[in-house]
Design a protein around this ligand. Structure first.
Ligand SMILES: *[C@@H]1O[C@H](CO)[C@@H](O)[C@H](O)[C@H]1NC(C)=O
Length: 517
């Protein structure tokens, strides 16, 4: 099926289509895993990422489907998949250490960590627990002092140096609270003098801090891989310069395999499968849970440790991780290069071609319009299985990413800074969702964001339902009726026929932006 589509693509491309026709994959793994995941991602794509911003009910609904994703992946990959943990040390990337890594003896120093509003907490030399449950998405606890984990028991225990009141918190270490299939962890502050709660003896002592996080949930959807896991993990761990122990609950070997390069760049140590860890591990500090600030985004002021990281830093980190060559897009400044050179150097536009719903039905026309605007165009089919490294490299070679609202736009993270993203927003008052999921994050990555909202005339819903159907006539009423219909019609049953004349100014804006660079 996919191959057939590929051949169809051949007709559109003038020359060298084989090189330019890119098969992009949501999932880098084995084919079986991929197939499983396509099914799952399709389910997710209808309800997420969109659902989560708009209302709580659909969010819960996704959560019910979520464990299936994780389990499917795990089962398939369990048949001989190499997990990062299974790899010998010497297979680690030689460049796994960031240049700005601090000297070992200053990492995880207790004074560095507490930068948050914790004035009421106990002094550090007695240990302390700082929990945050007020955020829009996540619940987390930072535990400082003599901290001990019992993975099988799902406990993180602070052993205070002197007598304190015992206290307990329950935390799901996934970045979105309330997800099903995510184990709860008990964070305990012991009353050290109480014989009833004796401190478990350390069987392994770590000199570095630890981060407890959960996989599964909505991961497996490319957007959520970044929004719910990779970005929050970056926020939580980057300040340690690799000197941090990751403890994964609900571990998904396929996921760790897919994003191995990123995970290894964040931590020099093999990820521990916490649910099956029969050790008592002792740490100078442990963060339980990942913190998500916004969808697929970072609020620099909320980054712990006094290091105000942003999405620009995240994309720079990915470029470093995957050795991506381009940090800036093509320069189209008129007077710099002679005209004959300019002829040769065209800005490159990647057209994301979704294979299922919300697909572009007039790709050849759009390609022609983009070429007329001055772009060299390549069609990317996000259904195919490629390694993230390859995907990252190919996306990085482009100056513009164009696609209908969907997980494929997550690939913006691999674009050079100041490149352009054009999001085509399907019919049905989806602009807010489009902005929250991609518009704001993309702008925070230092990219130029352009939005093209289609009219009813450009939607296949019009011919499917007729002009008098409420889905066409009154999108607000559909939104009022609840998420289900929004997902069913606007996200699930709609394809897009871009009116290339109406779209031309957006393409011109993209070129204009690259000229100003
Ligand atoms: C972890 O906790 C469980 C349940 O309380 C207990 O049975 C087990 O012995 C503990 N593990 C270690 C290594 O002490």
């Amino acid at each position: 099926m996919g191959v057939g589509e590929g051949k169809q693509g051949k007709g559109l491309m003038v020359k060298g289509w084989a090189q330019r026709y890119l098969n992009l994959g949501f999932v880098a793994g084995f084919l079986l895993v991929l197939l499983t995941y396509i099914v799952v991602s399709q389910q997710f794509a209808i309800t997420s990422p969109e659902a989560v911003n708009t209302m709580t009910t659909p969010h819960r609904k996704q959560a019910i489907q979520a464990p299936a994703a994780g389990e499917a992946g795990l089962t398939q990959e369990a048949q001989g998949e190499e997990t990062p943990e299974a790899k010998p040390q010497d297979q680690q990337q030689p460049d796994a250490e960031p240049e700005w890594k601090q000297p070992k003896d200053t990492v995880a120093k207790e004074e560095e960590t507490p930068k948050r509003d914790d004035t009421a907490a106990k002094p550090i030399d007695n240990g302390k627990v700082v929990c945050t449950t007020e955020g829009p998405f996540s619940d987390t606890c930072d535990v400082f002092g003599d901290v001990r984990t019992n993975g099988t028991a799902h406990t993180v225990t602070l052993v205070p140096a002197t007598e304190t009141e015992s206290q307990e918190w329950k935390i799901q270490p996934y970045a979105r609270r309330g997800m099903s299939g995510i184990s709860e962890f008990t964070v305990m502050q012991l009353d050290s003098t109480s014989a009833a709660s004796p401190a478990p003896a350390c069987t392994v002592t770590h000199r570095v801090p630890a981060i407890v996080f959960a996989l599964g949930g909505l991961t497996g959807n490319y957007f959520h891989d970044f929004s719910d896991a990779l970005v929050p993990l970056f926020v939580a761990s980057r300040r340690y310069g690799g000197e941090v122990q990751l403890l994964a609950s609900n571990i998904q070997p396929w996921w760790l395999g897919k994003y191995e390069a990123v995970v290894r760049k964040l931590s020099k140590y093999d990820v521990v499968d916490l649910d099956h860890d029969d050790q008592i591990r002792c740490f100078p500090s442990v963060t339980v849970g990942l913190r998500m600030h916004k969808e697929f985004d970072i609020t620099p002021e909320l980054v712990p440790g006094g290091v105000p990281l942003s999405m620009v830093d995240f994309t720079a980190f990915l470029r470093e991780t995957y050795s991506l060559p381009r940090a800036a897009p093509i320069s189209l400044m008129k007077d710099i290069s002679p005209p004959e050179d300019q002829e040769k150097r065209k800005p490159r536009l990647m057209l994301l071609h979704r294979g299922h719903y919300r697909k572009l039905v007039n790709v050849p026309e759009i390609v022609k319009a983009a070429e007329k605007a001055g772009f060299e165009v390549a069609i990317a089919d996000p259904r195919f299985d490629v390694r993230v490294e390859e995907l990252a490299r190919s996306v990085n070679s482009f100056d513009v990413l164009l696609g209908v609202h969907g997980a494929g736009l997550t690939n913006a993270v691999f674009l050079p800074t100041a490149a352009v993203v054009i999001q085509v927003v399907p019919y049905g008052n989806l602009e807010r969702m489009a902005k929250v999921d991609f518009g704001d994050p993309v702008a925070d990555m230092g990219l130029r964001y352009l939005e093209y909202s289609i009219t009813a005339e450009e939607s296949t819903l019009l011919e499917m339902l007729g002009p008098d159907h409420p889905v066409i006539k009154d999108p607000e009423s559909v939104h009022r009726s609840g998420w289900d219909k929004v997902a069913e019609y606007y996200l699930g049953k709609q394809d897009v026929r871009v009116d290339v004349d109406r779209f031309a100014p957006t393409l011109a804006l993209a070129i204009e932006h690259l000229r100003q660079k």
